[in-house]
Design a protein around this ligand. Sequence first.
Ligand code: SF4
Length: 207
Amino acid sequence: MSRDTSEPIFLSAIEHYSYCPRQWALIHLEQQFVENVHTMRGNAAHRLVDDHSIKQDKGTRVERSLPLYSIKYNLVGKADVVEFHADGKIYPVEYKHGRKRAKKHDELQLAAQAICLEEMLGKPVLSGAIYHVTSRRRREVLIDDTLRKHLIKTIEDMRKYEATSTLPPVVNDDRCKECSLVDICQPSVMNSCRHENISDLFTVEDE
Ligand code: SF4
């Protein structure tokens, strides 16, 4: 399962890892993916802004589906929306399905977009927003030092897992109820195995 750690990390993968490291590994290291109602709703939210358009809105330039990268952290991806305000403020907006509610993994993905924009444009990005499609409300997120440190630690942890041949352990909690990979992952079975110290049997070997 280990892979070349010189490959870039997708910005969306950071959100997956933050939600559940095992989910990230199954999707991004083992290329296992299954749709469910939650993934389909998420895709629908992104399609609302997936037109690569550039528009002016009351003095603000609004770019959609903007490609992003960071050479420093070896990241690639795109921002749903980036607003370039007349006063110089650069403001990424990430679209999510569902109602307005705080989720740390959404914030990490937004912070990753911010550090990409800072590197690409040479200007600070101090805040952004999560736009919740169902409630049509924005939640502003400050890209502060605490969030930046959390992001960098997350990237380091992902790189460590990439270099190993071991899947992260199951979380086996409420996250599994919404996870499209639950049938592949078998969290309750794996959790039983872990408690019986036989989970090593399920370690994935390199081909
Ligand atoms: S089923 Fe649970 S443990 Fe398995 S990948 Fe999904 S969230 Fe993670």
